[in-house]
Design a protein around this ligand. Structure first.
Ligand code: NDP
Length: 475
């Protein structure tokens, strides 16, 4: 990829000032797939200066002008979808079918959602007291994205920033630089003016922190771990930036005995394992009503053992590897903890699956007979590891579900929709999936508690990137 060792600044691909190289690794076989340069402070400052000089004109563009640019990007995104899917699969190991249908598809789906939201948003509203409220871009935005859903996360940040009239600097995860280079090329080809969108490659502690501390940046939008989100908030505090955070989760999935057990348990395991378990909203705690507990374990064992891992370059519904050796080590350490804590290993366990010696492969794993105090029930594992916990009553299920520092998503399975809604109302989370209901583009995505603040997607996602100004007129 020709621009992999460059940054996109002020509408051009530029050679970095930094000389610090990093090898990009294919997680399926540990082969090198290229080299990036990790930005230093001077590189970050150049990108911020470009965004600053573009802000004065781009912030004054009309909604129609911005819609035209976003619609041009939509056409390009549709055309380059298969290429985007290929690079995502190569850099982070998502199997091709899933990479095309979910990972790359987000570039189109979120963009359609934001175009509709921008059309429907009233940027100027007359209040009942006669004053006028207008919405304006918040300023220059720093966008920091992770490796697990690389394009999805870029789309959820860059698109609302551009829709609102902000200028921005993207720092993607250094583990997934290929898709960010391709996305920057797409933005360039759509005709966004120089400096409106800029992209640097770099690590969190240097490039990320320089963005968060930069006095010219008005807002940081971050997705990643709660630990790094806390650092972004601290680094942003001195300059009183707006900070939007989309962080981790340990989402409960409450299974009542009156649901279609066969269908809902296999659906729940599939949902937990999707993207090899590397999703912030994965339903990783399966809370099961005791009256159907034995039957659920039987289904879970059969379904879990049938899950296949395989080459991400191939189509199919198998799982790929984890993204990196660091993540492989973290997931192994958590499986070991679960065993030591005394949870029952129902499926999988430590080590790599047979025949997968090269690459960051893990065995899809299910723990049963766990309790909610165990580390495997409290900590985000970020691998294909499910923890099953029994409960006796609806109240107890709600108590266990809410007994976590996180509050991103929850899942409820019940044949009684009144009960499902009653339970959903008592869960301290940003999103509740009922009986397999999936996420739709254009809806708000985000969490309560230590899962973050703000919402991505839809009108509320654009509002995160806007300031409100009130105009007072004489009576
Ligand atoms: P991080 O949160 O550390 O990384 C996510 C992004 O934030 C990367 O671009 C990273 O750069 C950057 N970053 C890290 N530290 C800072 C900082 N101080 N200031 C600014 N940016 C920073 O996640 P990891 O990749 O280390 O994964 C660790 C765990 O985080 C996972 O096991 C998982 O539990 C969770 N996670 C959650 C995600 C989610 O979607 N909510 C996404 C990814 C991870 P760098 O890589 O250089 O550190």
């Amino acid at each position: 990829m020709s621009n992999l060792d460059k940054y996109y600044i002020n509408g051009e691909w530029v050679v970095p000032l930094s000389k610090t190289k990093m090898n990009v690794i294919n997680p399926a076989n540990e082969d090198s797939i290229g080299e990036i340069i990790l930005a230093n402070e001077l590189d970050v400052n150049l990108a911020v200066a470009a965004a600053k000089s573009a802000f004065s004109s781009f912030s004054q563009t009309s909604k129609e002008e911005r819609l035209k640019l976003l619609k041009a990007l939509l056409e390009i995104s549709k055309k380059r979808l298969p290429e985007l899917a290929k690079v995502i699969s190569l850099e982070m190991g998502a199997p091709m079918t899933m990479s095309l249908e979910l990972q790359a598809d987000a570039a189109v789906g979120h963009l359609e959602g934001y175009i509709e939201a921008l059309i429907n948003q009233q940027e100027r509203e007359k209040l009942s007291n006669g004053d006028v409220q207008v919405r304006e871009p918040v300023g220059i935005c720093g966008l920091i994205t992770p490796w697990n859903w690389p394009v999805n996360q870029i789309a959820l940040k860059a698109l609302p920033a551009l829709a609102a009239g902000c200028t921005c600097i993207l720092k993607p995860s250094e583990f997934t630089p290929l898709s960010s280079v391709m996305y920057s090329e797409m933005i360039h080809d759509a005709g966004f003016p120089p400096g409106v969108f800029n992209m640097i490659q770099g690590d969190g502690p240097l490039a990320g922190a320089t963005l968060s501390k930069h006095p010219d940046i008005g807002m940081m939008s971050f997705t990643g771990s709660t630990r790094a989100g806390s650092s972004v908030s601290k680094d942003s505090a001195n300059s009183i930036k707006r900070v939007a955070l989309e962080l981790g989760g340990k989402s409960p999935n409450i299974v009542f005995a009156d649901c279609d057990l066969e269908e809902r348990i296999s659906g729940s395991i599939e949902e937990c394992y999707i993207n090899t378990g590397q999703s912030c909203d994965a339903p990783t705690r399966l809370l099961v009503e005791r009256s159907c507990y034995k039957e659920v374990l039987k289904i879970a064992k059969r379904v879990g053992e049938a899950v296949k891992v395989g080459d991400p370059a191939q189509e199919g519904n198998h799982l790929g590897p984890l993204v990196s050796d660091i993540q492989f080590g973290r997931v192994q350490a958590m499986i070991e903890k679960g065993i030591k804590e005394g949870a029952k290993l129902l499926v999988g366990g430590l080590g790599k699956p047979d025949g997968f010696d090269e690459g960051y492969w893990v065995r899809p794993t299910i723990f049963a007979d766990a309790n909610n105090k165990m580390a495997i029930a409290q900590e985000e594992i970020f691998g294909p590891v499910l923890t099953i916990i029994p409960f006796d009553s609806e109240e107890e299920a709600i108590e266990i579900a809410n007994d976590t520092p996180y509050g991103l998503a929850a899942y409820v399975q019940s044949g009684d929709l009144n009960r499902a809604e009653r339970v959903a109302q008592k869960l301290r989370v940003g999103m509740v999936h009922i009986n397999g209901g999936g996420f739709n583009y254009g809806s708000p995505f985000g969490g309560y508690k230590q899962s973050g603040n703000g919402r991505e997607g839809g009108i509320i996602g654009i509002e995160d990137f806007q300031e409100v100004k009130t105009l007072h007129y004489p009576e």
